[in-house]
Design a binder for this molecule. Structure first.
Ligand SMILES: [Zn+2]
Length: 230
């Protein structure tokens, strides 16, 4: 019995420390991104190696990006620059409106499962053209751009219901869209929620201000899966 108790305590310690370790790796990745964003805002870029030595090192040893960033294709939102990161640092999935379909989700899953990135950052941005276009869209969305609009429509509907000025509605829609992307990840992927529950992955969201350069974190829904019951 005594031996069993010792064994049990050992198991508890190992399980607990692995959770703390995993948690700290996710938090460290987030800190790296936010520190990089501060350097970018201050105009004090780190001296990142983007030369041939680094290129060859990554080519022979392979990539091990410490974060996955899902963001908009907008040319004013380049994640490597606004987070001040170098070659091989971040795995980027960029689509207008930072929405995720099966192909984008598959890319996120690849980064998390095969490259072991411990963090997914869903990054929306101010004055997003894709969200603005969705708010202003009339009629049925058609074609390939229509597919993006369809993805953003639920966020636009919430913003219209909430009301306010044009700018306020756009901000609401941008925030709602980030939450919906998170819900998409938790509902339409098997591996991502699994990795989150195991403490190996953290998914966070935020908005990039294209005027100030700052990234502001935002709260994501606590129970994404609860929508299933509706
Ligand atoms: Zn955009």
């Amino acid at each position: 019995m005594k031996q069993f108790k010792v064994f049990l305590s050992l198991v508890i310690v190992i399980v607990f420390s692995s959770f703390v370790f995993a948690g700290s790796v996710c938090d460290e990745s987030l800190q790296k991104l936010m520190d990089g964003n501060k350097r970018y805002v201050d105009g004090k870029f780190a001296n990142k190696d983007v030369g041939s030595t680094k290129r060859q090192e990554l080519s022979s040893k392979g990539q091990k990006p410490f974060a996955i960033v899902v963001t908009c294709s907008d040319s004013r939102v380049p994640p490597e620059i606004l987070f001040d990161q170098g070659l091989g640092d971040i795995f980027v999935v960029r689509v207008a409106g930072n929405v995720v379909d099966p192909i984008a989700l598959g890319s996120v899953e690849y980064g998390a499962e095969h490259l072991n990135s411990p963090l997914v950052f869903i990054l929306g941005h101010t004055k997003c053209g894709a969200v603005t276009a969705t708010l202003e869209a009339k009629g049925k969305p058609e074609g390939n751009i229509g597919a993006i609009v369809k993805k953003i429509q639920p966020a636009a509907a919430v913003a219209k219901k909430k009301g306010g000025t044009k700018e306020e509605m756009l901000e609401t829609a941008i925030h709602e869209n980030i939450k919906n992307v998170y819900n998409d990840m938790m509902k339409n992927s098997k591996i991502l929620p699994h990795l989150v529950h195991e403490g190996k992955l953290k998914i966070v969201g935020g908005e990039y201000d294209i005027t100030t350069g700052k990234v502001a974190m935002m709260e994501l829904p606590k129970k994404a899966e609860s929508k299933k019951s509706h």
